[in-house]
Design a protein around this ligand. Structure first.
Ligand code: NAD
Length: 467
């Protein structure tokens, strides 16, 4: 057996093979590593994982046909030649397919993780082996996290002109600590609800001095990644960590936006009795129409078995709520930030933390009550399960097109504001994925196109259409 193979056991609690390594206790920052070709501009858990990581990337490629066809279509004209991209996203096999696509389209990149738990160490190693400057590993400390971003933003001789961000950390870091570098950025592509929210705040206060593309609100991101990806991965994350049976269990889903809708649908399908909490009457009414009870978290805190936050908000589940919860209640977050559950309020002397598995903590009250906290309140599916490549292909393709658009747009098309991806590109991303299903589109007749006032090649819906 290859010695790197003997080294791996697939951890029960994670999509990563390298979770349970025992000889890797040294921080990656203290290790001197180089690829087989002598490349050293990276910091990953262990470069020896590269072969396994390459296999993970190849598996993801099978489910990401649109990016592969984009590689073929755009490999001649290299639409990203001259682009220098700082990437800060979840560093998964699917992200690697995107990163390698960007490189094939001519870009130079430096990449770090937007979350300290979601990096697949093998994949990061495979990227480094392939000569990509990548600074990320699973289980980074808080300081490591910012150090990795610094290495991607402000390395000597590196002049970034695009940012691909997920959550806004790279953008805000650059703005705060490297304002001169930030001013030279030609465009930011942001994919998360949270990051987009932060961009609009910057824009409102006049601090956004470069154009930005809100990819989250592209239909091909929001309706696919947020909804279908969460619908597919929530059960996986919960089951790998807890072994709980969901049939008949009472589950509270906080927030009935896209992520909440996906989670609630999956749990309902499994036989759970789902209650939704919402602040927005429209989403609350949707939840009612979909057959869910809508209650407040206070109503349900002492009876639900499982709590899932999906709001993009903060302090949705507080210590007060957790004090009321029953023994064995499971608490997890599917939103971008670890602020939805008030985890800091659990770090008090009267409570004992017991790590029972990777990404699973029992918080023990003085009377013996235990609450099961998953991934320390960070997003569950990226921390504890795999995410479906095909849905991420849709998102990744949207991101790639947004970067190409920002980089190639004529001077003046995008000003210092936040933009949506042109509808035609959204439709193009979707069309690239249809062959996978052997789906055949109906073509408008001339008469029908005239009747609807549309071009036969689209766009087929006005910007305000809600899918
Ligand atoms: N885990 C994943 O794979 C994944 C994928 C996409 C997005 N996200 C993240 O999930 C979060 C939600 O994304 P979304 O697309 O569903 O956003 P969304 O805006 O569509 O939905 C959030 C919902 O939460 C509601 N809400 C806000 N505060 C609340 C509160 N205190 N109590 C109850 N409801 C409240 C809002 O009214 C809204 O309907 C974001 O942080 C996003 O970045 C995660």
């Amino acid at each position: 057996m290859n010695n790197y193979l003997s080294h791996f056991t697939l951890s029960k609690n994670s999509g990563s093979y390298s979770d349970s390594d025992s000889d890797d206790d040294v921080s990656p920052r203290e290790r001197d590593q180089e690829s087989s070709k002598g490349f050293k501009d990276f910091c990953v858990k262990n470069i020896r994982y590269a072969t396994i990581g390459r296999r993970e990337i190849e598996i993801a490629e099978q489910e990401m046909p649109a990016l592969i066809s984009l590689r073929k279509r755009a490999s001649q004209d290299k639409p990203l030649k001259g682009a220098h991209i700082v990437g800060c996203t979840h560093l998964t096999a699917q992200a690697a397919v995107l990163i390698e696509t960007l490189v094939m389209l001519g870009a130079k990149v430096r990449w770090c993780a937007c979350n300290i738990f979601s990096t697949q160490n093998e994949v990061a190693a495979a990227l480094a082996e392939n000569g990509v400057p990548v600074y990320a590993w699973k289980g980074e400390g808080e300081q490591d996290f910012w150090w990795c971003i610094e290495k991607c933003v402000a390395e000597d001789g590196w002049k970034p002109n695009l940012i691909l961000d997920d959550g806004g950390d790279a953008t805000h870091f650059m703005l705060k600590y490297h304002p001169a570098v930030f001013k030279k950025i030609g465009g930011i592509v942001e994919e998360s609800v949270t990051g987009v929210h932060r961009l609009y705040q910057l824009s409102k206060t006049g601090k956004l001095c470069v154009p930005a593309m809100n990819v989250n609100d592209s239909v091909t991101k929001q309706k696919f990644d947020n909804l279908y990806s969460c619908r597919e991965s929530i059960l996986d994350g919960l089951k790998r960590t807890t072994d709980v049976m969901f049939g008949g269990k009472s589950v509270s889903v906080c927030g009935y936006g896209e992520v909440g809708k996906g989670c609630a649908a999956a749990l309902k399908g499994m036989g759970a009795i789902v209650t939704v909490t919402e602040i927005d009457p429209i989403c609350a009414l949707q939840a009612c129409m979909d057959g869910f009870r809508v209650q407040t978290i206070e109503d349900i805190a002492d009876t639900a078995d499982v709590f899932i936050t999906c709001t993009g908000n903060r302090n949705v589940i507080t210590r007060k709520h957790m004090d009321k919860m029953k023994n064995g209640a499971v608490v997890a977050n599917m939103g971008h930030s670890n602020t939805e559950i008030e985890v800091s309020s659990l770090k008090t002397k009267d409570l004992v933390w017991e790590k029972v598995r990777s990404q699973v903590d029992h918080i023990i009250w003085q009377d013996g009550k235990r609450i099961v906290l998953l991934a320390e309140g960070r997003l569950l599916n990226y921390s504890c399960s795999s995410v479906p490549s095909f849905v991420l292909s849709v998102t990744a393709c949207t991101q790639a097109l947004a970067l190409i658009e920002m980089f190639n747009a004529p001077e003046g098309r995008y000003k210092q504001d936040v933009y949506l991806l042109p509808k035609k590109m959204d439709e193009y991303v979707a069309s690239l994925h249809l062959p996978q299903f052997n789906a055949h589109l109906t073509e408008l007749s001339d008469d029908q196109a005239k009747y609807l006032g549309l071009q036969k090649s689209g766009p087929f819906k006005p910007a305000y259409y809600r899918y």
